[in-house]
Each structure stands twice: as C-alpha cells, then as structure tokens.
Write a protein of this length. Structure first.
Length: 423
RNA sequence: GGAGAAAUGGCAGAGUGGUCGAAUGCGGCAGUCUUGAAAACUGUUGAGGGUCACACCUCCGGGGGUUCGAAUCCCUCUUUCUCCGCCA
C-alpha cells in the first residue's frame, strides 16, 4: 500500500510511474487526495468535539466533588449533545477512512525507474544469460514423459488422490526433491540466511499484510471453517513475522529462508502451459526474505540476484534473467527480476525464480518499521525471492540432463541424493 | 472438547470509575565523575493522527456496550496458563 503523504507530495511522479503498468491513475490519485482531505477535516472536527466533551466531563467530576449537583446536571445535558455530534462525526470519519483504505488497497506499487514500460512478457528486458544449452540425443523427451518412463513422478495418481496439479513423487523422484530442498537451504544458510519452518496456513491479517488480500483471494485455497488460507508462498508467513514490529537499526538487515509447500488455485490457467510440472496447485519452494534499510535495499536486491545466479551456476543449467516490464511486475513489487531456465526438450523458457524489491509497499501494510538514526520510526523495505521453486528446476534438470542411459544427477546434488543417475 | 485463571509501555510489574498515557524496577539514550571503562548519581525514554510549530485527539489483547467520565464495570471474540479428556 502506498503512503498517502507520499502520494500527496509526489502526485505527478506517482501517475507517471503507474503509467508503466499501463494504468491511468489520475482519477484514483485525485480521489485519494480528496478522500484524505475529507478524512483530515472530519478528524479535526471530531477532535474538537471530543476535547470539549473531555473538558466538561472533568468539570462535572469537580462539581460532584464540591456537591454542586445542579450545576453538574446542566453540564450533563450539554455533553449528551456533544455525544450525538461526536457519534455522527466518528461514523462519517469511519466510512471515509474505510473508503480511502479500500482505494489505497487497489493501487499497485509504483515501479522503479529502471522498470521498462510494457504490457506483457514480450516487453520484459533480458539483462543476463548464462550456461550452455545441451545438445540432446534424438530420443530426448519432455519431462512429463521422462517422469513416466523412469517412474519418478505419478501425475495420474495425484489426479486420483486429489485432482490435477497435485503430483506424487516416487522413489528417486522423491529423493531428488528432498535433495534439492536440502541443497537450496544449505546454500541459503551459507549465504547468511537463517532457516525458518513456517505455518502453511495463515489468517486474514497475514494475507492482507503481504497483499494477497483483499483482492486476490481467488488465488488462495480458503479454509472457510476456520477462516484460514493455505499459503501460496512462504513470503506470506515469512514476511508477516514482521507485522507490527519495530526493529532497531542494528538488527537490519534481516535475512531468512524457509522451505514450504505452496498452494495455488491457478484459476484461469489452461493448455500446454500447465503440462507436467509447468504449473501445479501444490509445489515446493525454498524462499529467501530480507528486511532492509531503505538505503540498502537495491544493493540487497542485486545480492539476491547474484545468489540465485550462483545456485544456477552450480546446477549447470542454462538460464536467463529478465527485468520485468511494468505490466508484468506483480502488484506489490517495485522491481522484479525473473529467472528462467531453458527447457531444451520443450524448447521454451520456464520461470524458476522471481526476486523482488517491494520497498515500503508491504511494510506500510505490515507496519514494519525500524528506529532510524534520528530515533524516529521509519518504514523498512522488504524483499523476497525464490531460491528456488522446485518443479521447474526439476523439469529443467530432467530435460537437460537426460542421456540415453538415463538422467544424470547434477554433481552438486549427488551428496544429497546418494545416487548419480536415474535409470 | 470440558472447567478455571489471566492479557497493561522494549521487558518485568502496580493500578478495580475522574487527579492515569499510566507508579516502580530493569533495559535504552544523554550528561556528571573517570586517562578510558565499570560503578554511582542526574536527566530523559511508547505508538498513531493532527499542526509551520504548539494545542488537541486516539490507543492498557481485538470488537461492542454501560456511564457526564472506563485500563478499571458488562457482553463477545482471540490468545496464554493450570487441571481433566483425546491424540501424532
């Protein structure tokens, strides 16, 4: 959520930057400003009324003490009038504040100036590429066929137990999953991230804190009986650790990592893009989350990008990095880099990581602040990234490492799998 | 799931209708003393709104109510603790 004071003082900038997302924000922004003016005016009126009523109440107390009951009763009547007024005002104020908040919830973060203007993934900017695309043998297969051939992932069984998008990993497939999780976590902790195990269900306040609610509830599985949501990413419980928290400056940066399954309804997805592991309702992901001093957050973002690069270099997968355009940058993000692995057998790029700086957008909702050098509370910056999402990394490994003898396990994973080939 | 107790500032903990945004202790910050540090002493130290700055308003787990007036009384929800039951 953007800060009203910021919008008020940087109206042109906000409109101009939101245009990168192809949003004409003029009307919204004007509404924010007038709603806020109304809100402040009502607040001032209410405050004056309450001040008067507080003053009279004190006087009544004193009159009772000195036995002047009649005088006190006269004042009581006055206060009951004030009470009506203040009730009215506070109702008006309440609805104005609510309208303002609702409006603010609908305004996405303003993109960083580096973000290219654009509408779709076609406008994303490739900023880096590395690794070599392997030359596969003639009988090379896409991962879903490999999974069946070697009996390591059973999609049909998942269909039976739950439904589409809930695969069952078996034998070496399951072991490879566990190896990837352990390897990613080790890599992240070695880089200074503290490992957390987080709840997989979150309450409404947490959903609002990171921006999934109120608008995107359709993307989360909702346990209505208890009003809890299955997490779509560890970002939600991980970042909500810091909801309503004031950190001291010396505690920054906070770096945490965690493995969780992720649950996404993916309403509206269809076709070849959801084949096999490409898009699932339940998948595993290791996430990195940082809370940063505002002056350090972009350096931290670069650091996170380098960290993910390092992992992909270890895994020897061909990949590229995209700087997302305005239209493709998620609602809460100011700048996002996507990592994509090239799936040789499918001849397409698969998104495996998304690293973002949210600046104060989440922190404002979360009330995540730190005490700055002047002793004032200041909103911190939050960042997060996948390090990494498992299914498409697995797809990339299966497809790029396939040989006629079987699927070779990347060297760095072998200590974790205990085997070097799947055949 | 049943019965009982509790929730107050960074922490501990007082406060049962007005003088309470809240005693006291610890912690934090600043100063005195000291070559420096520690100790001791002195001062200071919650958040949000609002204002050029003050004033002023709101907040004692969340929400609602009683009252001229609520941290304090009532209702409700949540959480924690103790006991019982169940259980990986």
């Amino acid at each position: 959520m953007l800060q009203v004071a910021f919008i008020r003082e940087n109206k042109e900038l906000v409109v101009e930057r939101l245009a990168k997302r192809n949003i004409n924000a003029v009307e919204m922004i004007n509404n924010v400003i007038t709603f806020d003016e109304d809100r402040r005016r009502l607040q001032a009126e209410l405050d004056t009324t309450l001040a008067e009523s507080n003053r009279l109440s004190k006087e009544i107390g004193n009159l009772y003490k000195s036995g002047e009951v009649e005088k006190a009763n006269v004042l009581k009547e006055k206060t009951s009038l004030l009470k009506d007024t203040s009730k009215e005002l506070s109702e008006l104020l309440g609805s104005k504040t609510e309208a303002l908040t609702e409006l603010l919830y609908k305004i996405p973060n303003i993109p960083n100036e580096m973000v290219p203007r654009g509408n779709s993934e076609l406008d994303n900017e490739e900023v880096f590429a590395a690794g070599t695309v392997p030359k596969l043998h003639d009988k090379a297969l896409p991962h879903w066929k490999l999974a069946k051939k070697y009996d390591i992932i059973d999609f049909e069984l998942g269909n039976k137990i739950t439904g589409a998008g809930f695969p069952v990993y078996k034998g070496k497939g399951a072991r490879l999953q566990r190896a990837l999780i352990a390897y990613f976590l080790d890599k992240n902790t070695a880089a200074g991230y503290t490992e957390y195990q987080l709840p997989l269900l979150v309450n409404e306040a947490s959903g609002i804190g990171t921006g999934q609610l109120p608008d995107k509830e359709g993307q989360m599985y909702h346990v209505t009986e208890d009003n809890l949501y299955l997490i779509p990413t560890a970002e939600v419980p991980g970042t909500n650790i810091f909801r309503d928290v004031v950190l001291s400056e010396s505690e920054l940066p906070v770096c945490i990592t965690g493995y969780t399954p992720c649950f996404r309804r993916e309403a509206g997805s269809y076709g070849a893009h959801v084949r096999g592991l490409n898009r699932l309702h339940q998948f595993d992901k290791v996430e990195i989350i940082r809370v940063e001093h505002p002056s350090e957050s972009y350096k931290a973002l670069d650091g996170m990008v380098d960290h993910v690069k390092d992992i992909l270099k270890d895994l020897k997968l061909p990949y590229r990095i995209l700087r997302l355009c305005g239209g493709d940058t998620s609602f809460a993000s100011a700048l996002t880099y996507d990592f994509e692995v090239f799936s040789t057998a499918q001849d397409r790029w698969l998104e495996i990581s998304s690293v973002s700086n949210f600046e104060t957008f989440q922190a404002n909702r979360l009330k995540l602040r730190f005490k700055n050098s002047e002793g004032k509370n200041e909103l911190a910056h939050t960042l997060n990234g996948s390090s990494l999402a498992l299914p498409r990394v697995l797809a990339g490994i299966l497809e790029n490492y396939q040989t006629e003898e079987g699927i070779v396990v990347p060297e760095v994973l072998q200590p974790y799998t205990g085997f070097s080939i799947i055949n």
